[in-house]
Write a new protein. Structure first.
Length: 169
């Protein structure tokens, strides 16, 4: 029992950190910008965010939701995405013990979180997230039900249904 609680705590912390990275993905991917460089900057004054001001959730609270340089408000979205990612991984680790299932499901959940926010902003779902997601899902199906055949059928039926919606809309 204690091992599970420790694992969930570590998963939550990892989720906070990955949630911080997801904020970069959510902001930059739709604009075609690199998700690696340049380092994070304030969207208003363009000043570089120092590492100690980029600690998930904690920095937002300590800075009272404002940029250290220009004092403009930082969107509430940043801590919401970070906390959401942390909670998703915390819940997942509490429910799934098998690492062969845990890793792809965690990646899938975080990708869905990023896709949801990008869709909310742009009304698009980027191929840069969905296509690798299909690959991860198919690879994961080799280790867990429904197996590769079921996963291929699911991917095909899901893809066709989404294509039909797009074609008819």
């Amino acid at each position: 029992m204690e091992t599970r609680v420790l694992a969930q705590g570590l998963a939550f912390l990892l989720g906070l950190m990955l949630g911080s990275f997801l904020n970069v993905v959510i902001a930059r991917l739709p604009r075609g910008e690199s998700i690696v460089r340049p380092p994070s900057r304030c969207p208003r004054c363009k000043e570089r965010i120092r590492p100690w001001d980029n600690v998930p959730v904690l920095s937002y609270v300590l800075l009272r939701g404002r940029c250290r340089h220009c004092r403009k408000a930082i969107s509430w979205r940043y801590p919401i995405v970070e906390l959401s990612a942390g909670l998703l991984l915390w819940i997942l680790v509490g429910r799934v013990a098998d690492p062969w299932v845990l890793l792809p499901q965690g990646a899938f959940l975080l990708a869905l979180l990023a896709v949801a926010w990008i869709d909310l902003d742009t009304r698009t779902i980027p191929d840069a997230v969905t296509i690798p997601g299909v690959g991860v899902g198919l690879a994961a199906s080799l280790f867990a039900p429904p197996g590769l055949a079921g996963a291929l059928l699911g991917a095909l039926s899901g893809g066709v249904s989404l294509w039909l919606v797009g074609a008819l809309y």
